[in-house]
Ligand binder design. Structure first.
Ligand code: LMR
Length: 346
């Protein structure tokens, strides 16, 4: 009897001990790119900060390179609770919200800084709650960078792309973008792009420098046109039910880890984009094609009708806010000019 009581006691202690001390919350963070890309580095930074702030309470497992889930499966997995954090490209959300399609409109943003200004604007930040009704909560945007066209022939004008097959992400806007120049877009998961380019299933693609370099796309493409025609960025998301059910202290620590890791990823994107570009050029596997202003204008003119095509789904207000972000630099410049005039008068 005594022994049984003691055993029960030990068992109860053991069970509660296990539950308290040895049961960190497992957080799976899955993505499809390499660890060295801006998103890859942000995910690892999240793990580092979260585990430092919440020792023993959380364990973050990062799965890069579509190891756990690839395109197409990852969002369902999030909603099923099989993975807790994702950062899909903004081109991959159209099943859940049409608003994020704004980021796919070709030639909408002048550069990555304009993209950042829009993301940080009130309209941009509203997008974090645009999938609340689907059970998805957004935490922040992470840049990758502006996209470049690539193909096995040099692309100088839209006529050069006519009849070519291009791999695209699962986005109707990107489909329309390539159709606008008479090309044949094909939706292919990121994990299959290298093979599709190598085997000739498609002739070309569009990617930011970090993805081109880390996935060696430049080794299976003869030409890269420095077009900067669109953006490839991400939203970091979680399953809202899971997030809202976390203990308050864990939520607080994870919020801080989110914020800091997102800022880190953006810093990497802004500072390393040029390095990835330089590495692609240094490899001398693909020649980089530069566009004249007139050639760039031809691409813009050919692709711009896509804006009107999707305006109804996206909302004019969002497109206008994005366009305004291009101009934001102007008042700052004017202010500086005014200041320097003022100084020179003194
Ligand atoms: C792509 O499919 O090209 C990108 O969304 C991959 C990524 O996550 O950068």
């Amino acid at each position: 009897m005594k022994l049984r009581t003691a055993m029960t006691f030990v068992l109860a202690l053991g069970i509660s001990g296990v539950a308290y001390a040895a049961d960190p919350i497992i957080i799976k963070y899955s993505h499809v790119v390499a660890d060295t890309t801006p998103k890859g580095q942000a995910a690892l930074k999240f793990k580092e900060i979260a585990e430092k702030l919440l020792p023993g309470k959380v364990e973050v497992q990062v799965f890069p390179n579509s190891q756990l889930f690839g395109d197409g499966k990852e969002m369902e997995a999030l909603l099923l609770g099989d993975v807790q954090i994702l950062a899909p490209s903004l081109s991959k959300f159209s099943k859940y919200t049409k608003k994020l399609q704004v980021f796919d409109l070709p030639f909408l943003f002048d550069d990555i800084n304009a993209v950042g200004r829009f993301q940080n604007s009130a309209k941009g930040r509203e997008l974090f709650t645009s999938m609340e009704d689907k059970g998805i909560v957004g935490f922040g945007f992470i840049h990758n960078g502006m996209k470049q066209f690539s193909a096995n022939v040099p692309l100088y004008t839209p006529a050069d792309a006519k009849g070519l097959k291009f791999r695209i992400q699962a986005s109707d806007v990107l489909e329309a973008q390539f159709k606008a120049v008479g090309a044949n877009p094909q939706k292919i998961a990121f994990a299959e792009v290298y093979q599709a380019l190598q085997s000739g299933v498609v002739d070309g693609a569009e990617n930011p420098w970090a993805n081109i370099y880390t996935k060696k796309f430049h080794e299976v493409q003869k030409f890269i046109t420095e077009s900067n025609h669109g953006v490839l960025d991400y939203m970091v998301i979680a399953n809202a039910k899971w997030w809202n059910g976390l203990p308050a202290d864990v939520k607080k620590g994870l919020s801080q880890a989110m914020e800091e890791s997102i800022a880190f990823g953006n810093h990497v994107a802004l500072t390393e984009d040029d390095d990835f570009r330089a590495k692609v050029i240094a490899d001398k596997k693909a020649a980089v094609v530069q566009l004249s202003a007139a050639q760039k204008q031809q691409w813009r003119t050919a692709m711009k009708p896509v804006w009107a095509q999707f305006e109804g789904e996206i909302g004019k207000d969002l497109i206008d806010a994005a366009l305004q972000a291009n101009e934001k630099a102007a008042p700052a410049k004017k202010e500086e000019e005014a200041k320097s005039k003022h100084h020179s008068k003194k």
